[in-house]
Design a protein around this ligand. Structure first.
Ligand SMILES: [Ca+2]
Ligand SMILES: [Ca+2]
Ligand SMILES: [Ca+2]
Ligand SMILES: [Ca+2]
Length: 301
């Protein structure tokens, strides 16, 4: 007579590599039942998409491809049935990492610039790659140049790109002249047993040095304004040399003061042979000296 339920013969847990093929054995579940046949014949079952169990063998096998980067552990409910009684237990299956992800750069390409005449070893930019494998050698990334270079190097750990020489900007004579542009490839390689790698193109453009940085003639200008100054009145005008330098280097004037009262403005006036714009400070509102006496505007180039 069937009066003894099946009993699992222990706790079951195991690990399996994420690249285990379909059908691979994971663990064998065993039960004891003190009855005699047929009342000790156990039928096993589980509810899982990834694993299946042999109904009479109790052997759990892989049913679908696994991916540790999607799910790194399964807890399966296993049922053992002797026709009258059903016992249940949990089986923990840890998915073990395999180095199946190559490092991936945070950008598809990188573009940096370097000013000429900077010393060898100057920092140019940083490249970075990540790796989806588990922390440890499978996802520890180091960097190196795809091809040996006498011009640039990359730090294996940080991904910092630096120069190996002093560059001189070459004056371009026509559009599309690429003498000042360098192309290199940088590899990111993981440290798995079978290392995986990825490559990224890096463009470095040599820029001309700003040999004549714009300078104001005075550290500070004090300009008296009559309280009955009219709107649109020119308060202050930058000198021609400064305007020319600003135009040369593409800098913009910034009005960081009370822009609702004064406006940094420019208007056309063909005074200079190269530049037809003069930068001026123009009054925008009627002044009210009861509320303030001194106003500061910061102009930067
Ligand atoms: Ca039984
Ligand atoms: Ca994977
Ligand atoms: Ca992996
Ligand atoms: Ca990896």
């Amino acid at each position: 007579m069937n009066d003894n339920p099946p009993k699992f013969s222990g706790l079951f847990s195991t690990g399996i590599p994420e690249n285990a093929p379909i059908g691979q054995s994971v663990i064998r579940i065993t039960c004891t039942d003190q009855d005699i046949q047929p009342n000790n014949i156990i039928t096993y079952s589980i509810n899982s998409n990834e694993f299946e169990i042999g109904r009479s063998s109790g052997e759990i096998t892989v049913k679908h491809h696994l991916d540790r980067e999607l799910k790194d552990s399964y807890t399966l409910r296993v049922y053992a049935n002797d026709g009258s009684f059903q016992a249940e237990t949990d089986v923990v299956i840890d998915i073990l990492d395999v180095n199946d992800n190559a490092p991936s750069f945070t950008q598809g390409s990188y573009t940096f610039s370097l000013v000429e005449q900077e010393p060898s070893g100057t920092y140019i930019g940083n490249i970075h790659a990540t790796d989806r494998d588990i922390s440890g050698p499978n996802s520890v990334v180091y960097y190196r140049l795809g091809e040996a270079s006498e011009f640039f190097k990359v730090d294996a750990q940080t991904g910092n790109v630096t120069s190996r020489m002093v560059f001189t900007y070459r004056n371009v004579t026509f559009v599309g002249f690429s003498e000042n542009i360098y192309h290199i490839n940088i590899l990111a390689i993981d440290q798995g047993d079978s290392p995986l790698q990825n490559k990224v193109p890096v463009t470095i453009e040599i820029k001309p040095a700003n040999k004549h940085p714009p300078q104001f003639d005075q550290p500070e200008y004090s300009v008296p304004v009559a309280e009955d100054a009219v709107i649109g009145q020119t308060i202050f005008q930058l000198n021609a040399r400064l305007v020319m330098l600003m135009k040369c280097f593409g800098n913009k004037l910034k009005n960081m003061g009370k822009s609702d009262i004064f406006r940094i403005s420019h208007y056309k006036k063909s005074v200079f042979c190269y530049f037809s714009v003069i930068w001026t400070l123009v009054l925008m509102l009627k002044l009210n000296t009861t509320s303030w006496m001194v106003m500061e505007l910061l102009i930067s180039a």
